[in-house]
Design a protein around this ligand. Structure first.
Ligand SMILES: [Zn+2]
Length: 435
């Protein structure tokens, strides 16, 4: 594949990127200051739409139909879709994008805000890092892409083909934003997701299932606790069984794609709700759990395996045997995915990174999911993630290294013209190819 940029163009682009970096950081700060947890994406999407308009895109809103829940690749919707939408920018209304950039605007909650150094939704810069919920996952990717496009525009480099830019909702719980847009025809011959990757190339992810377990009790005064069952204790027993299931899953399902990931399939107890008074036996307890599972399992198989573990453990417990727990699917039903690390999309991004930085980034796999799975599994489009260097994603004091936004933009500004010129030249990935 030929490099589309002359050395003189590349130098000019890097100069513009350096000059415009501050504006991109400002864009990121506006995004972080628009809290976009699930159901609350409108303000942040307006910030994205304004930026895409400034960059010369024609901007559309893409609704997510309620019928998305019936899609075979869907998860379980969290909140109604009325008034919520993806934002889609395209440089040419008449032809399909040769390259689609994908970012997700949604962020996870930051309920333990008092543990942060500052308000999670007030961006703060310190020692070259920008702190805030979503600064790392993944609003920094929007800033990186915007800066790359600013660099190309400012250097007078015309895009050699149509480019699309999708800002999707619900990547953190179902993937329905990206799935709905793709079903509506928002695709590219190649797709780059600007997820934070430390400027390496993320090519594969595991399956992810969300389940909720609910257990009940007779409830009542603490005086009857010895004979009423206690749902928190019941839940602890079921969680211990899931822990043993997790270890078996990791031992019994080696996958060469995840050979470098020591423990790919984590079962995470994400939320527990129960009770209202120290002297009352709670009437019920609920746990929201994320189950990572092998790439060769379908989400339905994973759910069945989890359900079996829970019900078998419940059968061993006198109270639970009489009051079986309810197990329900509650969000992600995500298949694993993998792009061959030798795929030309990977080598093209690696070559652009090398041209910008002199080093070769590593393709890698991770024990989590991204929206790349839809492009690879449902739509046969090559897709990978490349983005800035971050820390504490989903955690306290989440942050992005500002210099890595600039570095990533320099790579992206080199790869965008190449991929727009190349068009459909790449082979489509075979979803079964790496299985
Ligand atoms: Zn993300």
């Amino acid at each position: 594949m030929t490099d589309m940029l002359s050395d003189r163009d590349a130098t000019r682009i890097d100069d513009v990127i350096a000059r415009r970096a501050e504006a991109a950081f400002g864009f990121l700060e506006r995004l972080v200051a628009a809290p976009s947890t699930v159901g609350q994406e409108t303000e942040a999407q307006a910030v994205v739409a304004e930026e895409l308009d400034r960059l010369g895109f024609t901007v559309w809103r893409i609704p997510v139909p309620a019928s998305i829940a019936d899609d075979p690749a869907a998860g379980v919707p969290q909140v109604p879709y009325t008034g919520r939408h993806d934002v889609y920018g395209v440089t040419d209304d008449d032809s399909a994008p040769k390259l689609l950039l994908n970012g997700h605007i949604d962020v996870v909650p930051a309920h333990d805000a008092d543990l942060w150094s500052g308000d999670p939704f007030v961006p703060v810069r310190r020692d070259g890092w920008l702190y805030g919920r979503g600064a790392g996952d993944m609003k920094c990717g929007f800033a990186m892409a915007s800066l790359a496009l600013d660099g190309l525009r400012g250097a007078g480099v015309d895009l050699p083909g149509p480019l699309g830019f999708l800002s999707a909702i619900e990547e953190e719980c179902t993937g329905h934003g990206t799935l709905a847009a793709a079903r509506a025809g928002v695709l590219g011959d190649n797709v780059l997701l600007m997820e934070p990757t430390g400027l390496d190339i993320l090519v594969a992810g595991i399956g992810v299932l969300w389940i909720e377990i609910e257990v009940g009790s007779a409830g009542g005064h603490a005086e009857v606790a010895d004979r009423s069952g206690n749902p928190v204790r019941s839940l602890s027993r079921l969680i211990a069984a899931l822990r043993r299931f997790e270890e078996r899953m990791n031992e019994e399902n080696p996958d060469p794609v995840f050979a470098t990931v020591p423990h790919p399939y984590n079962v995470n107890i994400g939320r527990i709700c129960s009770g209202d008074w120290a002297s009352s036996v709670p009437a019920r307890a609920r746990a929201s759990i994320r189950v990572g599972f092998p790439r060769l399992w379908s989400p339905a198989q994973a759910e069945e395996a989890v359900r079996e573990v829970i019900l078998a453990e419940a059968a061993e417990d006198p109270w639970l045997a009489e009051h079986p727990p309810v197990v329900r699917s509650s969000g992600f039903r995500a298949e694993g995915y993998a792009l061959d690390p030798a795929h030309p999309l990977v080598t093209t991004v690696a070559a652009a990174h090398k041209a910008a930085h002199g080093t070769t980034p590593s393709p890698y796999a991770i024990g989590s999911t991204t929206d790349a799975r839809f492009y690879l599994n449902q739509f046969n489009r090559p897709a990978l993630c490349y983005g800035p260097n971050v820390r504490n994603m989903h955690g306290v004091d989440e942050a992005v290294e500002l210099a890595s936004i600039v570095a990533g933009a320099r790579t992206l500004a080199r790869v965008i013209p190449t991929l727009l010129a190349e068009g459909t030249g790449f082979p489509q990935p075979d979803p079964e190819g790496l299985r």
